[in-house]
Design a protein. Structure first.
Length: 402
């Protein structure tokens, strides 16, 4: 037995630091996890039955990742990133609320006189290994050292495209407070963030940080920084309120009834940042399609919809621009105000929204017959891509399993 323990210790030492903390929790963190209503039969569970991948589709999913829409999975030209500057950020928002999409799920929210950074990714790849993993399709809109002071960093879950070691290192040195789902704080401590600057919340728990109220809300997803699903790390969507404003960030999630419950308890919102990309027929229960994202936004009473989780990384076998096109089509059908800023372009939900289709001229050749960058010229959603009439979570009597 001592030899096995020593061997395991040597293997752990070989793990790249970006994997995070691989030890089982202890002390008060473990006690809180064991008390959580979400922790059932030795692992965190989803609010409804959830599978990472549909049974028997592993090889088909791998093949699709290698072959489907290969010519359209990346933009044909450079993404027109707006170069955000410290001078722009020094001017406070006139309405008291300003959002800047940094790409993928990263959003800088200026709310109540404070700066909140959701799911920042500063690394070149979302991977623990240098030179491997999905590479950025566009540069970051602003260097981290020009970002200025950030009051709170909010993390939705521990996947590499949401919990990024370079971002933690840069922001950890700045003195920011990190708000994370229960158990995820272990990774931050492993990387040197002081425990007193980590706020870990279970679903439905709230905390006051820098004069803002932060609330962790349910989501339908999972955590993992390796091949296996993590047992002791929770995932969440987030609500931030302050200065008379209220915003919502979905993180990663499949569609489920919880959006309506969250909207009833915490809405309506000035704006909601909703995941609309990286969906697939192989994992329909852990990522929303664009149509499901719009449905979730309506359930929430989300105000302005800011589509996130697209554009920056190739993470699923769909065309690069498909998520935003389908989101716009669904939003138009339901009279949802959709903001379409370029990465790095600030906007205020209370002001006229950025609604230029900047991605059309740079999408793969032939992707759009009308590439005049006018969002009123929406492409039609093909019948085979229409949202299903029902959802797999309608039988909520089934115990959820990740």
């Amino acid at each position: 037995m001592p030899e096995r323990v020593a061997r395991f210790g040597r293997i752990r030492q070989l793990r790249p630091e970006g994997f995070g903390d691989a030890t089982e929790p202890s002390g008060e963190r473990l006690a809180r996890i064991l008390r959580s209503p979400q922790f059932v039969d030795g692992a965190f569970r989803n609010p409804v039955r959830t599978r990472r991948l549909l049974p028997g589709t592993t090889l088909a999913a791998l093949q699709a990742g290698l072959t489907e829409h290969r010519a359209r999975r990346r933009p044909a030209q450079a993404v027109p990133v707006h170069r955000l500057t410290a001078e722009q950020l020094a001017v406070p928002p006139a309405s008291g609320l300003r959002l800047t999409w940094l790409g993928h799920a990263g959003v800088l929210a200026e709310i109540g006189g404070r700066r909140v950074l959701f799911d920042p990714v500063f690394g070149e790849r979302c991977s623990p290994l240098p030179g491997f993993g999905p590479r950025r399709l566009h540069p970051g809109p602003i260097p981290p050292d020009e970002l200025g002071p950030v009051d709170v960093v909010v993390i939705s879950h521990d996947h590499y495209d949401h919990l990024d070691l370079p971002a933690v290192r840069a922001l950890g040195a700045s003195g920011a407070v990190f708000a994370v789902p229960l158990g995820v704080g272990a990774h931050l401590e492993f990387w040197g963030v002081p425990p007193e600057r980590i706020v870990e919340l279970d679903w439905h728990e709230s905390a006051r940080v820098a004069g803002l109220t932060l609330t962790a809300a349910p989501a339908r997803h999972y955590c993992s920084r390796g091949p296996r699903t993590s047992r002791y790390q929770l995932w969440a969507s987030w609500i931030v309120a302050g200065g008379g404003h209220r915003i919502y960030h979905s993180g990663d999630t499949g569609y489920f009834h919880g959006f309506a419950e969250t909207g009833a308890q915490h809405g309506p919102f000035d704006a909601a940042m909703i995941q609309v990309g990286a969906y697939s027929r192989f994992w329909p229960e852990v990522h929303m399609t664009p149509e499901e994202g719009v449905r979730a936004h309506l359930d929430l009473g989300g105000g302005v919809l800011l589509p996130i989780h697209w554009c920056t990384f190739d993470l699923a076998p769909h065309p690069w621009d498909e998520p935003i096109e389908r989101t716009l089509a669904a939003g138009l059908a339901h009279d949802v105000p959709v903001a379409t800023p370029r990465p790095g372009e600030p906007f205020e939900p209370a002001e006229p929204l950025p609604q230029r289709a900047w991605w059309r001229p740079i999408a793969a050749p032939g992707a759009h017959e009308d590439a005049d960058a006018d969002t009123q010229s929406l492409i039609r959603v093909p019948p085979d891509l229409q949202p299903p009439a029902s959802h797999p979570d309608e039988d909520d009597s089934v115990t959820a399993r990740t």
